[in-house]
Write a protein that binds this ligand. Structure first.
Ligand SMILES: Nc1ncnc2c1ncn2[C@@H]1O[C@H](COP(=O)(O)OP(=O)(O)OP(=O)(O)O)[C@@H](O)[C@H]1O
Ligand SMILES: [Mg+2]
Length: 283
C-alpha cells in the first residue's frame, strides 16, 4: 500500500520580515503535514509566528525559504500567474472580518462574487444560479434569509464571520485556513463558529489549518497540534497526546495559562474551555 499524498506538507518554512533594525525571522524552519480531511492547529504565544505561517500557506506572502507542498505542488516559489488557478482551492478566513468584507456589497453579493470567478458557475451568465447558490451558502452557515440583502455593517461580529466562511466555501476549497488571531469575537461565538467548522468537515471532508488560542477548542477541532515559540516548533503530535501530557515546559505553561484567567489579559480562558458545554444560541 502506498501512503496517500497529504493535502499539505510544509517543510523547513522560513519567513523573515525586513525591519528598520535588520531582518526579523518570524518563522524558523517549521515543518508539518496535514493529511486530507484532518485538522491541524497552530498554538503558541502572541508573536510566535502563527499568522505568518497561515499567510505563507495561502501565499498572501512569499516565504523566504522552504516548501509549501499543496496537493503535490510546491506553492512557495510559484509565480502569481500559476498560483491564480490554484487559489480557489485554498481559502482563508480571518477572525477580524471588518477589513475583509467589502462594505458596499450585500451578504449575498459577497458570497456570489467568488462563484463568478471559479467553480461550476464561473463565467456563466446564469446570475440566478449564483444568487441561489449564495443564498444556500448563507443558509448553511446559519444566517437567516433576511440577512441576504444586508451589508457588513449591519451584522454582529459573529455573523460577519459566518459571511466570511460562506464566501470561503463558495469556491469549494480543499483547505481552509482559519486565523482566530484577535479577540474580536465573544468566546461563545467563537465556540459556535468552530462547531460550524466541525459540522462542515463532517459533511464535506474539508481540511483545516486552524489558529486558536482556546486550547479547549483546539482539542475539539484538531487532530494534530503544532506548538510554536519564537517562530520555531517546540512540540508537535496528536492533539490529545500533546495537550494531555505535554513534554515541553512551554506547552505546559500555555496549558496552565489557558486555565488561569489572570494569565491572559483580555481573554476569558475558563469560559473558553467550557463554552462548548453551554446551550447553543445563534451567533
Ligand atoms: N508585517 C510585519 N513586519 C515586520 N514584522 C512582523 C510583521 N508581521 C509580523 N511580524 C513579526 O513576526 C513575528 C510573528 O508574528 P505573527 O503575527 O505571525 O504572530 P502570531 O503568532 O500570529 O501572534 P498573535 O497570537 O498575536 O496573533 C512577531 O515578532 C511579529 O512582530
Ligand atoms: Mg496572529
Amino acid at each position: 500500500m502506498t501512503t496517500p499524498v497529504p493535502l499539505l506538507h510544509v517543510e523547513d518554512l522560513v519567513v523573515t520580515y525586513p525591519t528598520p533594525g535588520g531582518a526579523t525571522t518570524a518563522v524558523d524552519r517549521v515543518t508539518f503535514t496535514i493529511p486530507r480531511g484532518s485538522a491541524l492547529a497552530l498554538v503558541g504565544e502572541s508573536g510566535s509566528g502563527k499568522s505568518t505561517i497561515a499567510h505563507a500557506v495561502v501565499r498572501l506572502l512569499k516565504p523566504t525559504a522552504g516548501r509549501i507542498v499543496f496537493d503535490g505542488t510546491d506553492l512557495a516559489t510559484l509565480p502569481e500567474r500559476r498560483l491564480r488557478p490554484l487559489r480557489p482551492r485554498f481559502q482563508m478566513i480571518f477572525q477580524d472580518p471588518y477589513g475583509s468584507l467589502d462594505p458596499h456589497l450585500t451578504a449575498q453579493e459577497i458570497v456570489a462574487e467568488p462563484l463568478r470567478l471559479s467553480g461550476p458557475l464561473a463565467g456563466t451568465r446564469d446570475r440566478t444560479a449564483r444568487t441561489r447558490r449564495a443564498a444556500e451558502l448563507l443558509d448553511r452557515v446559519g444566517l437567516p434569509a433576511s440577512a441576504r440583502d444586508r451589508r457588513p455593517s449591519e451584522f454582529s461580529g459573529g455573523q460577519r464571520q459566518r459571511i466570511g466562511i460562506a464566501r470561503a466555501l463558495a469556491s469549494s476549497p480543499d483547505l481552509l485556513v482559519c486565523d482566530e488571531a484577535t479577540s474580536a469575537l465573544d468566546v461563545s461565538v467563537q465556540a459556535r463558529v468552530l462547531e460550524l467548522l466541525r459540522e462542515l468537515q463532517a459533511e464535506t471532508g474539508i481540511t483545516y489549518l486552524v489558529i486558536a488560542h482556546n486550547l479547549g477548542l483546539v482539542r475539539e477541532i484538531s487532530t494534530d497540534v503544532v506548538v510554536l515559540r519564537s517562530g520555531r516548533v517546540v512540540e508537535q503530535g496528536p492533539t490529545a497526546d500533546v495537550l494531555a501530557s505535554p513534554t515541553e515546559p512551554y506547552t505546559r505553561d500555555l496549558r496552565r495559562a489557558a486555565l488561569d484567567p489572570a494569565a491572559i489579559r483580555g481573554r476569558k480562558p475558563r469560559e473558553l474551555l467550557h463554552a462548548r458545554g453551554r446551550a447553543h444560541t445563534p451567533a
